[in-house]
Design a protein around this ligand. Structure first.
Ligand code: FAD
Ligand code: FES
Length: 510
């Protein structure tokens, strides 16, 4: 990206964060002893903490920033086991039995959310609808047919149709999974947090877990402030695991960003949640808030740090909204990233077999509403010593040869490319050239650096070498962040870590 666009129109960044009363708490200020330390306040960590507290466990939930402001606060919140066109692929790559287990785990997760919403009478706009993957491309009709055959084989309730209820031009085929859902994730999870605290659970925000000192029977989670949480079990629900480097997760997952708009809806909506199988993909659902009906339009995915100018992603979504539903009045706009594993099945369980009391959950491939809930249900069983039919499917120490090897090689080739190409890049600009609210790669003393000038004129110049493994970070003009193309770490314009795997800030030059 050479030139940076500036002056992006401002909108509230996420419908879910703007429209929910999210509980808050103070930071951890002393050492603590509990049964389980759950780290990460997104859907996985909150659901797990709630489940364990219900079982009478003494649980501390540690969150580096504010709960729910990670990927969970920036989702599109379809609750479905229809994770794109995946079941035909799974049958071929991991076999029919595991493909069925994957479906069962996600359907059970959906059942759990549904029954919890009913049991606790949670106001979170839970609505059951059919989920569709559609195509308007001749080339992809065969893929839809294969997916429908996989549904029939696995006994997944659904239908193969030639059109969809939405007015999208040119749709040729679709596969529907019946009885799926959508909801308001932060309203649902805020209630689980209140229940967790009511059950005696302890929540600590602004508390970053730095490392785990493993022991038997007790381990210790050490926080950035140097406090220690002594526990029998520790679970990393931090999106990218904050420990378990022995499992080489940075080389076994990649991070993809996606974009979403909340657009005022002016036409009747026929129901359903939708995803296109075409390129670029589009995701559609509806939501009501404050007397207004909104469409949540998502899509425009790319590997973190490797996209075009962020502004253009939002423009593309706006254009699609206009072409499909008429004039688009934007109310909200956000983007976020999620991690994909080598075989597209999340890593949930012990990061390395020898660490019996340490667990991770990650890699939901943008399907973490059911995926994160399924992970929490599995981790609850593993922590309580209950056998689960899903343990082997999700075990993080698995290694499937196909398509893992190909992906593994291409991931590492990608990293090598960014390690080398970033260093050799010839940067023409000087920090002093930047206008207000502009960021770019610049040269300082003959070396590549990164600079951003705040709207008030203050200039921040950083070393663009990622503190994880040394790739060169790229400027993200939509969010005023530095994003790493290799494993998805993100840093603020001041250099602070926003998302791992990096743990140390970028070096400040001036
Ligand atoms: C644009 C987009 C649309 C999506 N749409 C859907 C959808 O429609 N349906 C669906 O099922 N899924 C969807 N997903 C995926 C889903 O939102 C995610 O998979 C899910 O929210 C991930 O939850 P999580 O708990 O793993 O992570 P997060 O919500 O990111 O939570 C992790 C938390 O851990 C904290 N943390 C990190 N490191 C530390 C540390 N060292 N110490 C303490 N805390 C730490 C972070 O601050 C963060 O709050 C979408 C994703 C994206 C990006
Ligand atoms: S080098 Fe791994 S995230 Fe940057």
């Amino acid at each position: 990206m050479d030139e940076q666009k500036t002056g992006l129109p401002q909108y509230p960044e996420s419908f879910w964060l703007a429209s929910a009363e999210i509980p808050s708490s103070g930071k951890l200020t002393a050492d603590l002893s509990v049964d389980v330390a759950v780290v990460g306040g997104g859907i996985t960590g909150i659901t797990l903490a709630y489940l364990l507290a219900k079982e009478g466990q003494k649980v501390a939930l540690l969150e580096a920033g504010r709960i729910l402001t990670g990927t969970t606060g920036h989702t599109t919140a379809k609750v479905t086991a229809q994770h794109d066109l995946i079941y035909d692929e799974f049958i071929h790559h991991v076999g029919e039995e595991k493909a069925r287990l994957y479906y069962d785990a996600n359907r059970q997760a959906m059942d759990f959310i549904r029954s919890t919403v009913r049991e606790l009478d949670i106001s979170c706009d839970w609505a059951e609808e059919d989920a569709y993957v559609y195509t308007a491309s001749e080339q992809n009709v065969a893929k839809i047919d294969k997916e429908w055959k996989a549904y029939e084989k696995l006994g997944i309730p659904g239908k193969r149709v030639n059109g969809i209820p939405l007015p999208i031009p040119g749709v040729l085929a679709a596969v529907a999974m019946t009885g799926q859902a959508r909801f308001h994730p932060t309203a649902y999870l805020s209630r689980l947090v209140r229940e967790f605290v009511g059950l005696g659970g302890q929540l600590f925000e602004e508390t970053m877990a730095k490392t785990v000192e493993h022991g038997s029977p007790y381990s210790q989670v050490v926080t950035e402030d140097g406090h220690r949480v002594t526990c029998r079990n520790v679970a990393s629900c931090t999106h990218f695991p904050f420990y378990g480097a022995g499992g080489f997760y940075f080389a076994r997952m990649y991070s993809e960003r996606s974009y979403a708009l909340g657009v005022k809806r002016t036409q009747d909506y026929p129901g359903g949640v939708y995803l296109s199988a075409d390129t670029p993909p589009r995701s559609i659902r509806t939501v009501s808030y404050g007397g207004e009906d909104l469409l949540v339009i998502g899509g425009e995915r790319h590997k973190t740090g490797q996209g075009i100018c962020t502004f253009q992603h939002y423009e593309a979504l706006e254009k699609f909204a206009q072409e499909t539903f008429g004039p688009a009045e934007i109310r909200y706009r956000w983007s976020a990233q999620d991690l994909t594993t080598l075989d597209k099945i999340p890593y949930v369980g012990r990061p390395v077999a020898s660490e019996r009391n340490a667990f991770i959950a990650t890699g939901y491939r943008k399907w973490g509403m059911t995926g994160g809930t399924a992970a929490a249900l599995l981790l609850k069983d593993l922590i309580l010593g209950i056998r689960s039919p899903y343990e082997e499917l999700y075990t993080p120490s698995r290694f499937h040869a196909d398509p893992s090897v190909k992906e593994f090689l291409s991931l590492n080739a990608d990293v090598a490319k960014h390690l080398i190409a970033g260093k050799l890049e010839w940067v023409r600009r000087d920090p002093e050239d930047l206008g207000n609210d502009e960021g770019a790669a610049v040269h300082v003393n003959g070396k590549r650096a990164g600079a951003y000038r705040e709207p008030g004129g203050a200039l921040h110049v950083l070393d663009t070498t990622c503190t994880h493994m040394g790739c060169e970070v790229e400027w993200n003009d939509g969010e005023r962040t530095w994003d790493c193309p290799c494993h998805g770490s993100r840093f603020s314009f001041r250099g602070e870590v926003l998302e791992g795997p990096a743990k140390k800030p970028l070096k400040v030059i001036r």
